[in-house]
Design a protein around this ligand. Sequence first.
Ligand code: GAR
Length: 200
Amino acid sequence: MKNIAIFASGSGSNFQAISEAVQAGHIEANISLLVCDQPGAYVIERARTAKIPSFVFRAKDYQNKEDYEKEIALLLRNRNVEWIVLAGYMRLIGPTLLKQYEGRIVNIHPSLLPNFPGKDAIGQALAAGAQWTGVTIHYVDAGMDTGPIIAQERTRLEANETRESLQQKIQAIEHKLYPSILQMLLTIGDVKHDEKTRAY
Ligand code: GAR
């Protein structure tokens, strides 16, 4: 079973959805660590309840990104973490972690990228008067919400759509889509194809 680490900065509803999917056996992985850059974030409480260890830090206690990412990289190596799952982690990943986990860092974003990258994607979609928005899961590169797209699911904005109603629809999509895509990514390399029988 592969070890994963989840990085989050906020409430952690996606952390919760992933952790429940692991518990239920829908994701065949072990959540080895929560990494959180906001000491007051509710996600830390969720990790405690789920008995998942966490590393909580403040970026301003370090000289630069390289310094705290080196510390995180060491923690991940010691736990044999193979994949990094970003779930509302509001920081760019730097070269230290990108190098160690190339092609094995994924992110979820509440819009149909490349539309509305960055902060408050839901507010951006409402302000733009968009007819459609949705959720994107993508590999992480050095940019902000860039990187190759793995999956997207859309939802329509109704005429009377509010921030709350849209957020609810987006989260409902996220909490289903992220676990199923993670299970696919984590097990895809395990599927063996027998050339002779053509069976998997
Ligand atoms: C999620 O909607 C996620 O897509 C978004 O932060 C929220 C975290 O919610 N991520 C980004 O905007 C990344 N640019 P949660 O803490 O309840 O999982």
